[in-house]
Design a protein around this ligand. Structure first.
Ligand code: AMP
Ligand code: MG
Length: 423
């Protein structure tokens, strides 16, 4: 008889999809929603840009001084010996020239003021000596300045007509600075995705209600809502679905008409009470449901008309991980962004362990400094995928590939900080 380890619920991984296969199936052919609208610059952080932002003129528009100092024509200056010029004018930032800017003279100039034609070099005020004479003020400029010193050239940031920001990016506060520098007030962005979340299970009750024996408070709803909102989508929490095939079918089919994406947690394993799968099979199509990762499986992916459905596992740790690994790429692409694998870093393991081949494991990782000051990642002391406390104490996931069978203390491992997922 074929010996199976009955204590290992991952013993049947052979027929599953790998992580990469699952991700490819999920993301191939997925396209952004079509609607766009103009968003005011002030409200645009976190929005997804639908059209490029171009520079209508050079940025900066004028060659201007980078310092407070004195501007002069380099041709009039003796770079070996230095030169003394009369000060004949003044340029403050944003104001026209006061006085005159003639050859063989210098002008007082302040940071950000446009340099007059020909006055292409500026000396810092700290480096000059001022001399008062009967004919007015003179400035003694030391030797050694180069042509164009201390000025910022027109267009050195962005040339007229060039792309300031390409489309399909989620706008950061820095991006808003770049858009503002073009003078644009409204930017064309994708309408936000509409996501609904459901929890499932007769044992799941909502925080704020009295505790009952045998029940568990719904941790997934608040967590998933937070994850969806952080991903830039609108999110409605549609409550807990009981373990009842008909009620689940009715709720999913109604929600599918109003939302772009439905996210459920729980109820997708092969146990008797797993009706989400059944409902989804009736209403639309089911794309996959078993992935060779730990923790995580099972997970389903389906479609009801134009609405995508992702069925996450019920265990909060697995739901969290599967959201980040699979739901986040889907939401990213649907919302109009390009998806890129989260940044991972090689960090020395502060632990050793052996691992089963054939599945990818994501350990909760805790960063710490060793005595010599180098960074180590430790695995969270306990393993269970119901341990919500592990998520609040971890700094990210340690990712161990399918073929890894052993980790030795001090070896480099892949670490994905939660920050790589935008958390
Ligand atoms: P399931 O995938 O429905 O079999 O659930 C797996 C485990 O996760 C069970 O112990 C559930 O009680 C638990 N679980 C399911 N949904 C939630 C939830 N929303 N919050 C907390 N635990 C949950
Ligand atoms: Mg359940």
């Amino acid at each position: 008889m074929d010996k199976k380890n009955l204590n290992d619920c991952f013993a049947h991984d052979g027929a599953m999809l790998t992580h990469e296969q699952a991700l490819e199936k999920l993301t191939t052919g997925l396209v952004a929603i079509t609607g766009t609208r103009s968003v005011a610059l002030d409200d645009a952080v976190g929005e997804v840009l639908a059209k490029p932002v171009l520079a209508p003129r050079n940025i900066p528009a004028h060659t201007n001084s980078a310092v407070d100092g004195y501007g002069f024509c380099f041709a009039d200056y003796d770079a070996q010996a230095g030169t003394t010029f009369p000060v004949t004018g003044m340029m403050a930032a944003g104001s026209p020239l006061e006085g005159i800017a003639l050859p063989q003279s210098a002008i007082r100039i302040f940071t950000g003021a446009a340099v007059p034609d020909g006055f292409e070099t500026v000396v810092m005020q700290e480096d000059v000596e001022l001399v008062s004479t009967e004919d007015g003020e003179q400035v003694k400029i030391p030797a050694g300045l180069k042509r164009g010193a201390n000025v910022r050239l027109a267009g050195e940031d962005v040339h007229e007509g060039a792309t300031v920001l390409p489309p399909n990016r989620r706008l950061s506060p820095q991006d808003l600075a770049a858009i503002a520098s073009t003078g644009t007030l409204g930017v064309e962005c994708f309408r936000p995705l509409k996501v609904a979340i459901f929890s499932t299970g007769d044992e799941v009750i909502r925080p704020g209600t009295p505790f009952e024996h045998g029940k568990v408070y719904d941790s997934n709803a608040a967590m998933l809502r937070g994850l969806v909102v952080k991903a830039g989508a609108l999110c409605d929490d549609l409550g807990v679905l009981p373990d009842d095939a008909q009620l689940i079918e009715t709720a999913l089919s109604k929600a599918a008409q109003a939302y772009d994406v439905l996210l459920t947690s729980g109820g997708v394993s092969v146990g008797e009470l797993d009706f989400v799968l059944e409902a989804l099979n009736k209403l639309g199509s089911l794309h996959l449901w078993k992935i060779a990762i730990k923790p995580g499986r099972p997970m389903s992916f389906g479609q009801i008309n134009n609405c995508m459905m992702l069925g996450l596992p019920g265990n909060p740790v697995a739901a969290f991980l599967c959201f980040l690994l699979y739901a986040q790429p889907v939401l990213t692409i649907l919302s109009g962004q390009k998806w890129q694998a989260p940044l991972r870093y090689k960090i020395r393991a502060g632990f050793s362990m052996s691992k089963k081949t054939g599945r990818r494991e994501f350990l909760r990782g805790v960063l710490e400094y060793s005595e010599d000051g180098s960074l180590l990642v430790n695995k969270y002391a306990r393993d269970g995928s119901g341990l919500i406390s592990s998520l609040t104490q971890a700094d990210g996931f340690i990712e161990l590939g399918e073929y890894v069978v052993e980790i030795k203390h001090g070896e480099l491992v892949d670490f994905i900080p939660f920050g790589s997922f935008g958390l």
